[in-house]
Design a protein around this ligand. Structure first.
Ligand code: PRX
Length: 695
């Protein structure tokens, strides 16, 4: 299945300097290891597991699973019988067994240039133990769910690792999500505690996070559910929130150092921090009184580690559940091999920890390797479009990982902002989140990496836990736009509509034939949805929901989603979720949302709304509807285009023909076969009403 030979021409290869030191130095080595990983996973992963700490060793097979719904329940189990703790493995093991206590774990770079912190592995261990003790003192136990709604600060890493240390299950909600989205996630995961912050700046925009969090908590109370405590980190406000007296000394790393932060932010307005003494607790007061010692809770391999919500095609987000051992081994190994991690690297992933990329490739994967990373709170364009490259030079970043949407955004400003900085430390570049168009790949490769750095286009999902199709930088000749070949232990196939495996050059559904350690275990609280979403369509396979093409050389090319999902700036959104936000408005009777190609975001949202009788379509209403979607889901779901649709194109059985709507959104007159359309007169009306800005 992996080709014997890879092409000589029209491919890009790593420079010799990188190849010389690489863990997997050539394609033959990759092939040899790949075969071993799928033919004998016990040996392959067993060897990797030897580097980790196990309180008790595994007793059974390395991996046990069933992917076939016709044979019973779908399950995946990895390293049954073993007990461990992931927090111990990413912190204590580095500090006590690998002498990495003084090594920098994170260079934190704030939104404002000059706002910075450095945290070592032993400092982080101390902070995590303190916060773990705080959680325990509040009654949080193994298996309890804890919601975390925080900006990109060191304390976010502390909070997630503290949960992992005591066996609690973290459910991180991206801080750009709305109160409604936070409320939905708290309710679904039945969290007992919420951890949040006063607020943060995104560029020059203040986000008053606590106000939003309170709104979500109020919604919970209205539903008769009370989240017992809300821990609030003072990130922006120096004053003690609420009526509690200020602690003598803030024991978090950012107060132990003389920070330039207050100077940097002198002129910035502070957020409002409403305070309810019955529920709210100050982070700093709590950790101030906590002990540095906290024995980890020894967890079973298949104990839950975290829940992370991702969009689902039926509208309601799915709580993807990952478990301890398999996820740990998989994120650690993919990180090491895909970025060809070396101990002197400075690694930077620009994603937010609120998404799976941040979970796997800011916290768990890099820390399991004892890596030094940059943790970035800011934006690529703030205060100017050179910011990323300034930070690369400042910390001498060697491995850099970002999203195609950021590359396309920066491309618009040309090469001058990039060339203002040297970037000569860079060795490997990576992308994630959506297909990268060859033009953006080549710009990244030539302008940012100066043709010296391989670009690893990593394809994966919240559900897969880590990279599943990806080049290895020294081993895989790269083709711009292709995620190339499977990672170790992963067996992809391309199926046609009848579920037959296609061989050779082909185009169809991307599926995986066997389990790997990092795959999700279930949808939290909804095994039936897990099976229906990923395993029902083609029994025996995990169905990704993505289309894929294999070329004559055996390279895989992701062609995009083939379900009702959109990928806006690397974030998955379900059309159903946006539609349901729109129809909640009293003026709307029906809505249909489709994706429209966008030069920077990849896709943008184009919404068709049918209004109730007697309501007229005005610009005021349009603004209100856009605002409604923002409030229900979050700013990432803000519609770009909206139009009045007195009628929608439907089949005789009443199904909306989205294929036709996609053409209208793009102003393409060639609609293909419309013979099943119930009322063809709506088409002309829809073209006439097109959103004028969608040229
Ligand atoms: O459609 C694929 C796209 O992002 C989806 C997964 O989104 P999410 O679960 O939010 O995780 C994003 C970060 C891993 C996939 O189903 N996708 C992700 N990476 C790529 C990609 N599409 C093409 N190429 C990629 N490298």
């Amino acid at each position: 299945m992996i080709p014997d030979k890879v092409p000589h021409d029209d491919v890009y290869r790593a420079p010799q300097e990188l190849v010389k030191r690489a863990h997997v130095p050539n394609f033959d080595k990759y092939k040899e290891l790949y075969l071993k990983s799928i033919q004998n996973p016990d040996d392959f992963w067993g060897k990797i597991a030897e580097d980790f700490f196990w309180k008790t060793p595994p007793t059974g097979k390395f991996l046990d699973y069933n992917f076939d719904v016709t044979k019973g329940k779908i399950y995946v189990k990895c390293m049954e019988g073993a007990t461990t703790n992931i927090c111990y493995n990413v912190l204590d093991r580095n500090v006590h067994e690998r002498s990495l206590g003084d090594k920098v774990a994170f260079y934190w770079e704030g939104n404002e240039p000059g706002d910075e912190l450095t945290v070592t592995y032993s400092e982080l261990l101390q902070q995590v133990c303190r916060f773990a003790n705080v959680l325990k003192s509040l009654g949080v136990k193994k298996g309890d769910r804890v919601s975390i709604y925080m900006p990109m600060v060191v304390e976010l890493v502390v909070a997630m690792l503290a949960c992992a240390r005591i066996g609690a299950v973290h459910s991180i909600v991206f801080a750009g999500f709305s109160a409604e989205s936070l409320f939905d996630r708290i309710m679904d995961s039945q969290c007992c505690i919420l951890i949040t912050a006063d607020g943060f700046y995104r560029g020059d925009k203040l986000v008053s996070l606590k106000v939003i969090a309170d709104d979500a908590l109020q919604k919970c109370t209205d539903m008769g559910v009370s989240v017992q405590k809300c821990i609030v980190l003072k990130h922006l406000s120096k004053e003690e929130p609420g009526s509690q007296s200020p602690p003598a000394k803030r024991p978090c790393p950012d107060l132990q150092q003389e920070r330039p932060r207050e100077n940097v932010r002198k002129t910035h307005p502070k957020p409002q921090v409403p305070w309810n003494p019955e529920v709210d607790l100050c982070w700093h007061t709590l950790v101030g009184g906590a002990s540095d010692e906290c024995e980890p809770e020894w967890c079973e391999s298949e104990d839950p580690l975290f829940i992370l919500y991702t969009s689902g095609s039926t509208g309601k987000p799915k709580g993807v559940l990952h478990t301890v051992s398999g996820y740990m081994l998989y994120t650690a190994t993919t990180f090491k091999l895909v970025f060809d991690y070396q101990s002197d690297d400075v690694y930077w992933c620009t994603a937010d920890i609120g998404w799976i990329t941040g979970h796997s490739y800011i916290t768990y994967g890099p820390m399991a390797n004892g890596a030094t990373s940059v943790l970035f709170e800011g934006l690529p364009t703030y205060p100017d479009t050179s910011r990323l490259w300034e930070v690369v030079d400042k910390y001498q970043v060697t491995k850099f990982y970002t999203a195609p949407t950021a590359i396309r955004l920066l491309m618009k400003y040309g090469s001058a902002p990039v060339q203002k900085y040297k970037r000569d430390s860079l060795k490997v570049l990576g992308t994630v989140g959506e297909p990268i168009n060859p033009e953006a790949w080549l710009w990244y490769y030539s302008v940012v990496g100066e043709k010296r750095c391989p670009v690893v286009d990593t394809y994966w999902q919240t559900e897969t836990g880590g990279h599943v199709l990806t080049p290895l930088p020294a081993a895989t000749p790269m083709k711009p736009g292709s995620a190339t070949f499977p990672f170790f232990g992963v067996v992809p196939a391309i199926l046609n509509e009848s579920g037959e495996e296609l061989e050779g050059p082909s185009d169809g559904y991307l599926v995986f034939k066997q389990a790997w350690p990092g795959i999700m275990r279930t949808v939290y609280g909804n095994q039936q949805r897990f099976e229906a979403t990923y395993f029902q369509k083609f029994p025996g396979y995990y169905v990704t929901g993505d289309g894929c093409r294999r070329d004559k050389d055996g390279y895989f090319w992701i062609t995009g989603r083939i379900d009702d999902m959109l990928n806006v700036s690397g974030h998955l959104l379900s059309t159903a979720e946006v539609e349901s936000a729109l129809v909640e408005h009293p003026a709307v009777s029906e809505a249909a949302v489709v994706g429209r190609p966008h030069p920077v975001k990849g896709e943008s949202l184009y919404c068709f709304v049918t209004l109730r009788d007697g309501v007229s379509y005005t610009s005021v209403l349009e603004t209100e509807l856009k605002q409604q979607v923002r409030e229900k889901i979050g700013a990432i779901a803000t519609p770009d285009y909206m139009q009045n649709a007195p009628g929608l194109p439907k089949t005789r059985s009443g199904k909306i023909m989205r294929r036709v709507l996609r053409k209208i959104a793009q102003n393409e007159r060639d609609l293909g076969d419309v013979s099943t359309l119930a009322d063809s007169s709506v088409i002309e009306q829809l073209f006439n009403n097109r959103c004028p800005t969608a040229v």
